[in-house]
Ligand binder design. Structure first.
Ligand code: CTP
Length: 411
């Protein structure tokens, strides 16, 4: 099997050093990487570093090795071009079709998927010129990843950070995989859509040190967020007590309890095209929350903790759709019992909740929680059932988005 050919474009920003890590991830996982830095990028990280890590010579201009016509060949032969970091200047050039160095030439000749991961100061990212250039690039099918929020160069913080290189790698791998498995025509089928995903398990505090919780790791929800971002969606991920890294290009809102999850999901869902409730919200919360630590008593008696029911967010979203046509997806972990099989109970739950799709996991063996892979049946309100055989949570995520995409009203 030929190694996937990746062009790593690096433009001149301080985050260029993080592209070394991205390069390593690509080469260590068997990709053939050609690094094309701009002249400004070499002010931050020198050519020997790119050359040593990629195992190839590195050029910034179109005059090196002219007999091989690199300004055309590199782009033509690529399976994926990723520019990380993409500066405001590089995106402005790309949006206007300028071609004054090897990277901008490569961007004009590439016919494969192109991913750009911008990194710059908030003011530059929010400038009308950058906004317009990003919109132009997106309208031409470039996957421009939303920058992360956090510490920028210097003391200031804000939107404009390069996402975690590991997460940019995961996004690129996802795009490449869909490209090679023939899903290329639909690679950015969620572009222009806003989707909300909830993930993780909520915690209901009993006192300052204790809570009622559950075993949800958040992996399936994070895989859903990643997959949607790789398909071009604007993604808000409402995460309850998850310790995983933020997926590239995804807005992450952190919550603790079911009440907080409900508020955050309903706020994010206003006008959304789809909401996927992959979180495991606690169904009950303590009626009283102690402000001080609950102590053992000398007589050996245990405290009685009264619970009250939390709101059912999925049901609320299904009944009061955030927008006409919002597709609402729920999850169900079922074991089956005397009253019915896993699928019987799931069909009843789908009807009870009123959502469009219900992703059903058979948890009789206790498998799913925290595991790397998953298998499921996706039931729909229109009566279909799609079996998804055991595979990665990322693979299941894409089948779920396929089902969602098929039900979205045309944009
Ligand atoms: N869910 C929710 N709000 C809750 C509880 C659950 O939105 N308070 C969502 C979950 O995110 C999931 C789906 O509902 O998408 C299934 O949750 P589950 O607890 O299995 O449903 P229940 O109706 O509580 O079913 P059961 O009676 O089997 O517990």
């Amino acid at each position: 099997m030929t190694r996937p050919r990746v062009v790593l474009g690096v433009s001149g920003g301080i985050a260029a050093y993080k592209a070394c890590e991205l390069l390593r991830r690509f080469t260590e996982s068997g990709h053939d990487v050609t690094v094309v830095p701009t002249a400004a990028a070499l002010e931050f990280v020198g050519a020997p570093t790119w050359s040593a890590l990629s195992g190839k010579p590195v050029a910034t201009d179109v005059w090196t090795g002219v007999h091989e016509v690199p300004h055309v060949r590199i782009g033509q032969e690529a399976d994926l071009v990723v520019v990380a970091p993409a500066t405001a200047d590089l995106m402005a050039k790309a949006a206007h079709g300028l071609a004054d160095d090897l990277l901008t030439n490569t961007l004009l000749t590439a016919r494969c998927p192109v991913v750009m991961a911008p990194a710059m100061h908030t003011e530059m990212w929010e400038h009308a010129a950058t906004t317009a250039n990003v919109a132009t690039l997106r309208s031409r099918g470039v996957l421009v990843v939303e920058p992360a929020e956090g510490r920028l160069t210097g003391a200031d913080t804000g939107k404009g950070r390069l996402p975690d290189p590991e997460e940019i790698f995961e996004l690129c791998r996802d795009v490449l995989e869909r490209q090679t498995t023939g899903a290329a025509g639909t690679t950015l089928d969620l572009a222009g859509r806003h989707v909300v995903v909830s993930a993780g398990g909520t915690r209901e505090r009993l006192d300052p040190v204790r809570f009622l919780g559950n075993r949800s790791s958040g992996r399936q929800g994070y895989a859903l967020a990643r997959a949607a971002a790789a398909r071009g969606a604007e993604v808000t991920l409402v995460a309850a007590n998850v310790t995983l890294a933020d997926p590239a290009g995804v807005k992450v809102v952190r919550v603790e309890s079911t009440a907080e999850l409900r508020d955050a999901v309903l706020t994010a869902a206003a006008g959304a095209d789809a909401v996927v409730m992959a979180a495991a919200p606690a169904d009950f919360r303590p009626v009283h929350r102690s402000d001080t630590k609950i102590k053992k008593s000398d007589d050996g008696s245990a405290p009685v903790i009264s619970l009250e029911q939390n709101p059912d967010i999925l049901k609320e979203l299904s009944v009061h759709r955030p927008a006409p046509g919002t597709v609402v997806v729920g999850f169900a972990a079922e074991t089956g019992d005397a009253s019915g099989s896993v699928l019987d109970l799931a069909r009843a739950k789908l009807a009870r909740k009123g959502c469009d799709l219900l992703v059903v996991n058979d948890v009789s063996g206790g498998a799913v929680f925290g595991a790397e892979d998953n298998e499921a049946v996706i039931l729909s309100a229109d009566g279909t059932a799609v079996d998804v055989p055991r595979g990665s949570k990322g693979a299941l995520a894409h089948v779920i988005w396929d089902q969602v995409a098929a039900r979205l009203p045309s944009a």
